[in-house]
Write a protein that binds this ligand. Structure first.
Ligand SMILES: NC(=O)c1ccc[n+]([C@@H]2O[C@H](COP(=O)([O-])OP(=O)(O)OC[C@H]3O[C@@H](n4cnc5c(N)ncnc54)[C@H](OP(=O)(O)O)[C@@H]3O)[C@@H](O)[C@H]2O)c1
Length: 339
């Protein structure tokens, strides 16, 4: 290798001199060019292998090592309470259950009183030593609801905030088919709730110098999705906001994590047959949340579940083709992404 490098450098110098003197011989130049190309190829392969090795090490640390070392969450994040928005179903409900199983009291926030009481009861049965409190609000109503939430947050040491609540068209549909309420719903639920909830709990965390904020974005935050355009745009907001906040809070003791799940079996993804059965890429809420919660404190921005990593594109990508079959209740929803 060293021989090849020295050889290539001297060759390039010689070619330049030969070229200037008009004396380069084609046959020797061809051989030497082969040497340069071999060298460049080796450098490219070495870089590629190094990336793969580093990715595998990072994944092992995030998804294997992190699961072996279970932290005491109330101590690590300096507060006994966890706040979970959109906790009556799907990912949020499983998050609330698993955080309670790990000793956190839970402030349950969602819009349906009966479902909130059911989750409260479930947590009481599964984690008897844990306290729960209910806040019934509809995030789509915007600014007016945060006074009520603030009343419940006040006086509690909040260790963890999970900004989970989110809405999407299910099934997906064109922007022009959305009602005004649906449009504002996306903005108030997916965007405003994240910043408003963060603004409510962050001062307490900063005062204690500890805490964790988990912002649930989506794998679609780096991919434009026709028929789910508002959704993917709002998730890009969450992703960007979360990353910026994480940077601003470096050294403060507060962990800000951006979760970017792929497919998880919930009501939101229920519109397509493919998303209703667990598979390599489609996780149950239990599998997903178990994996994602273990990455807290080990990764600042992650899909939370390693098979979902295969779907991530490094840069913003655009959909080339979207198929929706009206014949089968819009069951087919396929999106081929291109950079
Ligand atoms: N599922 C996926 O494949 C997937 C993938 C990537 C990202 N995500 C993200 O993960 C998060 C959770 O999604 P999910 O799939 O678990 O959704 P889900 O099963 O539909 O559950 C959403 C939860 O939020 C509550 N909620 C909805 N609108 C509300 C409102 N206006 N006010 C108060 N609560 C409201 C729901 O309450 P009700 O029970 O009353 O409706 C429910 O508890 C979302 O941010 C979503 O974008 C999901």
């Amino acid at each position: 290798m060293r021989f090849c490098v020295t050889h290539c450098i001297s060759y390039l110098a010689r070619i330049q001199v030969d070229f200037m003197c008009g004396a380069a011989s084609m046959s020797s130049a061809g051989m030497e060019l082969q040497c340069v190309l071999t060298f460049l190829g080796l450098v490219w392969v070495a870089r590629w292998v190094l990336h793969i090795v580093l990715d595998v090490v990072a994944a092992l640390r995030k998804f294997v090592w992190a699961r072996l070392s279970k932290d005491n969450l109330p101590i690590k994040y300096g507060g006994k309470w966890a706040v979970v928005t959109g906790c009556t179903d799907g990912i949020g409900k499983e998050c609330a259950r698993q955080l309670a199983q790990r000793g956190m009291n839970i402030l349950l926030i969602a819009r349906n009183k009966d479902k909130l009481n059911n989750v409260k009861q479930l947590i009481r049965e599964e984690s008897p030593g844990v306290e729960t409190e209910i806040v019934q609000v509809d995030f789509s109503h915007g600014r007016v609801i945060y006074q009520e939430i603030a009343r419940h947050v006040e006086g509690k040491n909040i260790g963890i905030l999970v900004n989970n609540v989110g809405v999407a068209f299910s099934p997906p549909k064109k922007f022009m088919e959305a009602s005004e309420d649906e449009v504002w719903g996306h903005v108030n639920v997916n965007v405003a709730s994240v910043v408003a909830m963060t603004q409510l709990v962050l001062p307490g965390m900063l005062a204690r110098g500890r805490g964790a904020i988990i912002n649930v974005a989506s794998i679609f935050s780096s991919c434009t999705i026709p028929y789910l355009g508002i959704y993917s745009a709002t998730k890009a907001f969450v992703d960007f906001f979360s990353e910026s906040l994480s940077w601003e809070l470096r050294g403060s003791g507060i962990t800000v994590q951006t979760l970017r799940p792929g497919y998880v079996i919930t009501h939101m993804s229920n519109f397509a047959e493919f998303y209703r059965k667990p598979s390599f890429l489609v996780a149950t809420t239990k599998t997903y949340v178990t994996s994602a919660l273990a990455t807290l404190g080990h990764s600042g921005r992650t899909t939370g579940y390693w098979p979902h990593g295969f779907q991530v594109r490094p840069h913003t990508s655009h959909c080339r083709e979207v198929q929706m079959s009206s014949s089968n209740d819009r069951d087919v929803f396929a999106c081929n992404k291109v950079n």
